[in-house]
Design a protein around this ligand. Structure first.
Ligand code: GAL
Length: 453
């Protein structure tokens, strides 16, 4: 259980094929000094175009481009590992990758060994140029399983992130061979663009134009990947980016930053470094939120509630305790409904923009560290989110905005193209003592529940 994949920095959105040793090393320094590594952003992922154009070497091995990586990959990976970071690599279950560099199809064993020799910790495995081995779940499953088996055979712990855009019902089999799987096409830096690779289209199964059919599932311990984050790229409003970030966190999608963090605006930093939201992504239960009401798009799970207003006008939205806990007893019968609940607004306490601006402008890593310390910013390396949540660390629960009384309704106003995100905490009844569960207990309960599923 838990969120071992961590959060990721991925280069595709901002850089396309313009990758290099300098990009990886300067980005990794930023991840550390901006405090992002210590919030959980541990992986640096090199996307497509890292290989030499001439293809495999004379021994049939994949080779990095010597112009982009003059010192090879191993030395970069060693530097990243020394910084407490991990490294993700890209390839495709095809004859060539999407950008037309050599691909591992039918070379899986050799290529898995190359990845291991470089010290890779994660493989993003795409689906371009599949040589016709696509079209049914079994055909795709077998194609991806060959790499999964080859990685396993190396004995190194490598996370496998499938990237077949939701095709061939990957949500039904991805979990058997991989840690996460893409449920949709490539993200686009816009809140409103219609998309035929529409993983969360309401009529996804009946719409003939919907290519990718990977509905949002709430599978514990397997991460459905909604693609990397667009926060900071500039195509959405602040509210839209906050809604996007909160949904990705609550859906337990891997969080891959997709912007250039060496030149990010302070507003973007204050979105992606919000520990209250990150704790939603990293909680020890590892389950995605689910949608309980399609009309108002409330998406509660447990005690977290996300109100998403994707419409063109501001809305007053509601969610009753009876709806929120319907899984524990329909029609308000759940015992939870008989308690009062404190409501915490998880966006109420963003890092002030001035602090973020000062951190970004600071000349040295030491200055940045001092500013983060002064801001008393959360550090998940020191205190994992599971421990912070259990101990009710106030930095993860911030502003209490009110109480929903037993049997009551949470009412909020939500701007157009925005999401509001709350954590509800049960208030002890007179004479009752609420004891936090031990971490072991949380893990055991979760295991029990998963077995029951
Ligand atoms: C796409 C993939 C993108 C990026 C790109 C590289 O198929 O969905 O995330 O990896 O290939 O060529």
């Amino acid at each position: 259980m838990g969120w071992t994949l961590g959060n990721l920095k991925n280069n595709w959105n901002s850089f396309g094929c313009d990758v290099s040793e300098h990009l990886l090393l300067s980005t990794s320094e930023q991840l550390v000094s901006l405090g992002l590594r210590d919030l959980g952003y541990q992986y640096v992922v090199l996307d497509d175009c890292w290989q030499q154009e001439s293809g495999r070497d004379k021994h049939g091995k994949l080779q990095p481009d010597p112009g982009k990586f003059p010192n090879g990959l191993r030395s970069i990976l060693d530097r990243l590992h020394d910084q407490g970071l991990k490294f993700g690599m890209y390839s495709s279950a095809g004859e060539i990758t999407c950008a037309r560099f050599a691909g591992p199809l039918d070379h899986e064993t050799d290529d898995a060994e190359s990845f291991v020799s470089w010290g890779v910790d994660m493989l993003k495995y795409d689906s371009c140029y599949h040589m016709g081995r696509i079209g049914t779940p079994l055909i795709s499953f077998n194609r991806f399983k060959t790499m999964s088996d080859a990685l396993k055979a190396t004995g190194r712990n490598i996370l496998l992130n499938l990237c077949n855009w939701g095709e061939d019902f990957v949500h039904t089999w991805g979990m058997s061979i991989a840690n996460s799987w893409r449920i949709s096409g490539d993200i686009y830096d816009s809140f409103t663009r219609p998309d035929d690779l529409c993983g969360c289209h309401p009529n996804v199964l009946s719409d003939p134009y919907c290519i990718a059919r990977g509905p949002i599932a709430r599978i514990p311990g397997g991460w459905q990947d909604a693609d990397m984050l667009a926060v900071g790229l500039g195509g959405m409003t602040d509210e839209e980016y906050r809604a996007h970030f909160a949904l990705w966190a609550a859906l337990k999608s891997p969080l891959f930053l997709g912007n250039d963090i060496r030149s990010m605006p302070p507003s973007a930093l204050t979105i992606v470094n919000n520990p209250d939201i990150l704790a939603l992504s990293q909680d020890p239960h590892g389950r995605s939120i689910t949608r309980v009401r399609r009309d108002t798009e409330n998406i509660p799970r447990g005690r977290a509630v996300v109100f998403l207003n994707a419409g063109g006008a501001d809305l007053d939205m509601t969610c009753s305790l009876a709806e929120l806990f319907t899984a524990f007893g329909p029609g308000g019968a759940a015992p939870h409904v008989r308690s009062d609940w404190a409501v915490h607004d998880l966006w109420a306490h963003r890092m002030p923009e001035a602090t973020a601006a000062a951190i970004l402008a600071a000349a040295t890593a030491d200055e940045r560290a001092a500013l983060l310390k002064k801001a008393d910013w959360y550090n998940a390396t020191e205190t994992p989110y599971a421990v912070g949540l259990r101990n009710e660390d106030p930095r993860l629960f911030r502003e209490k905005i009110g109480v929903v009384e037993a049997g009551g309704v949470l009412r909020v106003s939500v701007k157009s193209h925005a999401a509001r995100v709350f954590r509800l905490r049960r208030i002890a009844k007179a004479g009752e003592k609420l004891k936090p569960k031990s971490i072991d207990r949380v893990a055991k309960d979760e295991l029990q529940r998963n077995k029951a599923c």
